[in-house]
Ligand binder design. Structure first.
Ligand SMILES: Cc1ncc(COP(=O)(O)O)c(C=O)c1O
Length: 445
């Protein structure tokens, strides 16, 4: 049994009682990294250190930690109405939040369905895609196309359309009828690109190949992250998303953007759809929706999808789908307060204004030992390190650990380091992040 003796209730604290998600449990429990507080741009560790958060938690605390306005909104709501069902009952604030989010999105992305996590939002989009086609008499459209290196959460739907191989391999055959586009990252052509790579629009033609293989009339939807996040920040090549949109339109296939990371200012715009000027048929969102203070997610869909589902007698439930905690009052209160902060502090614009500085700072690490690629867009970026022979992910972990010890928290996936600071980050903190990372890369052989 591994324990942490300095915790208040050390005698009852069996670390093995918590099977930690996406964690090397045995390694972690030998030397736990415990966080006990958070404020603005920082975490506070159990041993009292302040650690700069270069990852916005997990790409989610976009307005910074423990924002008073959101804390108060959640506290007020908890004391007023702790919970209300969203099945056959309404809370006016949930309609207000839906309208305000829809107003941030481009085109006729007008109707919002609430869930609680990014994974649930993804699976919701897939189910709505099927139900939509069926409602229009095209029930034979049942296939989904994801993309290699895509991450769409951990439900069976999201795992199936996802393309990160370690996330799939233990879980059997997953959903039938799913295929994948090739991913868009080719370091030979685009290493050290700043922003969207010039090369690679033609990779969207892979969708034409899959349409020919499966017959487009069998394909319900294509789902992609507009900028792939968890796989290591892959901005789309210029023209790529535009071409996916064209091919989907040509064949009546729905295009879904998974905006769980890219939503709420990460790219210096409300959503990636806004930034790239491409209107998908549905988009997911989560993370920054409530500044991560209360779990919440949603699917925003074009008006035509909602309208197509409004069929049959009015007393009938139109979509047999939803969650006990859909539109949870605490999440809705947090969401409204979060949107106020984004608006009042101009945080999406702030992210856009800071991104050239962020880009210069991270690209200044080009040329350091083992750095094989650096990529960025808006306030998200990644550094690829060359894996140590026979020890994949060891180097990434050691750099992460060294940075944490030196006061900077970042995310790492295998040998890729990822950065997505809260949008309130100061220029001096951007310097601190990349100075620390540079020293850590030099220190770790
Ligand atoms: C693009 C994308 N989709 C879905 C998810 C899953 O979200 P959650 O962990 O809230 O289920 C994530 C999480 O990082 C994500 O980045």
């Amino acid at each position: 049994m591994s324990t942490v003796t300095s915790l208040a209730h050390a005698d009852t604290n069996d670390l093995d009682a918590f099977f930690m998600p996406f964690t090397a449990n045995r390694q972690f429990k030998k030397a736990p990294r415990m966080l006990v507080g958070a404020e603005g741009m920082h975490y506070i560790t159990m041993d009292g250190r302040r650690v700069l958060d270069a990852a916005a938690g997990m790409w989610c605390v976009n307005a910074g930690h423990c924002r008073e306005q959101i804390v108060q909104a959640v506290q007020r709501q908890a004391a007023t109405m702790d919970y209300s069902p969203a099945f056959q009952m309404g809370n006016p604030a949930a309609f207000e939040l839906a309208s305000r989010i829809a107003a941030l999105a481009p085109g006729d992305l007008d109707t919002l369905f609430y869930a609680n996590s990014g994974s649930e939002a993804v699976d919701t989009t897939l189910k709505i895609a099927l139900a939509y086609h069926r409602a229009r008499g095209q029930g034979e459209r049942t296939r989904f196309i994801g993309r290699e290196r895509g991450y769409h959460g951990v439900g069976f739907g999201g795992t199936s359309v996802g393309g990160m191989k370690n996330n799939r391999k233990a879980f059997g055959s997953l959903l039938p009828g799913v295929d994948h586009l090739r991913h868009t990252h080719d370091p030979k052509e685009m290493a050290f690109s700043r922003g969207q790579p010039e090369w690679g629009a033609h990779l969207a033609e892979d969708l034409v190949r899959l349409c020919e293989l499966h017959d487009p009339s069998t394909i319900a939807a294509v789902i992609v992250e507009p900028v792939a996040g968890s796989t290591g920040v892959l901005p789309p090549p210029k023209g790529y998303l535009e071409r996916l949109r064209e091919i989907c339109d040509q064949h009546g296939i729905l295009l879904i953007f998974d905006e769980v990371i890219t939503g709420f200012g990460r790219l210096g715009a409300s959503f990636a759809a806004e930034k790239f000027g491409i209107v998908p048929d549905m988009m997911t969102m989560a993370k920054g929706m409530t500044n991560a203070m209360v779990p919440a997610s949603a699917v925003l869909m074009r008006r035509g999808i909602y309208d197509a589902l409004m069929q049959g007698p009015e007393w009938m439930i139109e979509l047999a789908h939803g969650y006990t905690y859909s539109a949870h009052p605490l999440a809705v209160a947090a969401g409204l307060a979060t949107l106020d902060i984004y608006r009042d502090e101009g945080l999406f614009e702030r992210a856009a204004a800071l991104s050239p500085k962020f880009e210069d700072a991270i690209h200044s690490l080009k040329g350091l030992p083992h750095v094989t690629d650096i990529r960025n867009l808006g306030l998200m970026a990644a550094i690829d390190l060359e894996p140590r022979p026979g020890q994949p992910s060891a180097r990434g972990y050691e750099v992460f650990l060294e940075c944490y010890q030196q006061g900077v928290y970042l995310r790492y996936t295998a040998d890729t380091l990822a950065f997505s600071p809260p949008l309130i980050v100061e220029e001096s903190q951007i310097d601190q992040i990349f100075d620390t990372v540079g020293k850590a890369i030099r220190a770790v052989a």
